[in-house]
Design a protein around this ligand. Structure first.
Ligand code: C2E
Ligand code: SIN
Ligand code: SIN
Ligand code: FE
Length: 439
């Protein structure tokens, strides 16, 4: 079987094969097609498509070419006959899976004054190219009548393979020297394309570098948040799972009340830090198995201000949100909370969300000072606090989604039922997207 793109090697030693990216090939193909359409060149056109859908993407252009060409030959796999019914001058050739043509991108214009041959074959790398537009093809572009003549010979045998009879009319340039002119033109175009490709490759490389730096920055801040939370966990080993559950529930609930995608994304990490200020609370209070005295509770209340201090004055969105939550998550809707006693919508939305899930988690799990309550009791306590402790509208959303919340709770319990180790945060964050999307 013949490979069109090998013609360059076999028959035209003076033709330099080049690497083209897919975006250049689209430009070249469009350029050639437009030339035929613009100058109404009564030509024979041969085009190969790796996939029929690539042809469909261009079908409107090809309808125009079909109208004004002498004859057109379209090679593709899995041709849908119904979709090409309107074509009058076009032969559609369904290529076999094992035909080398399936890797090629070829476009040939057979016209006595304006010949054009573009032949190329995809370069297959062991690692697939990430950006579709930068898939690479090796081949050449030529406006030479001689090259066209060689190409048509191969094309004829290709058509015979598929049982199509093709009359090869040997067209020649009328004026002498025209082939030289055409070769100069191909040379010029190829040079120009090379430069554009080099430049765009540089831009892509720069872009990738910037992207990586950006990703690194996000990863760095997330990592620091995680490490900050590890340090809190040293004081209170129950707190890791509490932080994670509050983070997850908060993300779910916040997703129902906040439309800004960016803010929703931040909640995951910001909520994790809601109790970070407990780091500054003496163990004798934090870990006291029984009820706190008034004085002890007053000290305990400072965990909101401590947390705010740790997270204050940041320019980072996630830390700013963490600050807002740490400071305000014990404020109450009716103004009876701490540390400031603000009420209603003066309490940031983030903190109103976290307040609900924080209490729900404290009620539904064991603490050093209390045992876990049954879910029904937790729900009763929450309901009782509607528009007292909690924003009633958000509480309703939470209670309506309680089944979903409980499913996530079970998932976390299942995944982390082994003794807690340092990897719990890493493991959670590597999987947190799965947590959210898992059914
Ligand atoms: P936490 O254990 O994470 O509890 C968070 C919030 O859940 C509490 O905020 C409270 O609003 C709610 N909550 C927890 N347990 C119960 C309960 O049994 N009944 C009801 N109705 N609500 C409950 P709060 O009260 O401002 O406490 C903040 C933090 O202070 C608690 O965080 C905990 O670390 C500590 N704390 C509170 N009370 C005690 C206590 O009696 N003994 C000890 N050792 N620590 C306490
Ligand atoms: C083609 O048009 O033949 C190929 C397009 C592609 O593979 O992306
Ligand atoms: C809302 O989304 O609930 C309104 C804004 C606010 O409550 O602060
Ligand atoms: Fe707290």
């Amino acid at each position: 079987m013949l490979e069109l793109s090998d013609i360059a090697i076999n028959n035209a030693s003076d033709i330099e094969q080049k690497i083209y990216t897919k975006c250049s090939l689209i430009a070249i193909s469009h350029g050639l097609e437009d030339m035929v359409a613009e100058f109404k060149l009564k030509s024979e056109i041969f085009v190969t498509f790796q996939k029929f859908r690539f042809f469909l993407a261009e079908i409107e252009r090809y309808k125009i070419l079909d109208n004004l060409c002498k004859k057109m030959y379209i090679f593709a796999r899995n041709i849908n006959k119904d979709m090409v019914k309107g074509f009058k001058n076009t032969v559609f050739i369904e290529i076999n899976e094992n035909d080398p043509l399936v890797d090629e991108w070829d476009i040939i214009i057979n016209h006595p004054e304006h010949p054009a041959v573009f032949l190329s074959k995809e370069v297959i790398y062991s690692e697939p190219v990430k950006e579709d537009q930068f898939r690479k093809f090796k081949g050449f572009l030529s406006f030479s009548q001689d090259i066209l003549a060689e190409t048509l010979k191969v094309m004829k045998s290709k058509l015979i393979e598929y049982g199509i009879n093709y009359d090869l009319v040997n067209t020649q340039f009328k004026k002498s020297g025209q082939d030289i002119e055409s070769r100069k033109m191909s040379f010029f175009l190829n040079r120009t394309l090379s430069e554009i490709e080099d430049k765009s490759a540089q831009l892509v490389a720069q872009n990738t570098l910037l992207e990586n730096t950006l990703i690194e920055n996000v990863e760095l801040s997330n990592e620091i948040i995680k490490r900050l939370c590890y340090s809190a966990e040293y004081k209170d080993e129950d707190s890791a799972l509490h932080m994670i559950r509050v983070s997850l529930y908060s993300s779910i609930l916040y997703g129902m009340v906040e439309t800004c995608e960016e803010k929703r994304r931040l909640m995951n990490y910001a909520a994790l830090m809601h109790d970070i200020g407990k780091i500054g609370i003496a163990d004798s209070i934090l870990l006291k198995p029984g009820k706190l005295t008034m004085e002890e509770f007053d000290i305990m209340k400072t965990h909101t201000i401590n947390g705010a201090r740790i997270l204050s004055n940041s320019k980072r969105g996630v830390i700013k949100m963490g600050y807002e939550i740490a400071l305000n998550h014990h404020e109450k809707w009716d103004g009876s909370g701490y540390p400031s006693g603000i009420s209603g919508k003066n309490i940031p939305l983030t903190a109103r969300v976290v307040a609900i899930v924080d209490v729900f988690d404290a009620l539904s799990t064991k603490r050093v000072y209390k045992s876990a309550f049954p879910i029904e009791t937790c729900i009763e306590i929450l309901k009782e606090q509607r528009n007292k402790h909690f924003d009633g509208e958000i509480l309703d959303l939470f209670l309506n989604s309680i089944d979903e919340i409980l499913r996530y709770r079970d998932m976390i319990n299942l995944r982390f039922n082994e003794p807690i180790n340092e990897d719990i945060f890493t493991s959670f964050f590597n999987n947190s997207m799965n947590f959210i999307t898992e059914e």
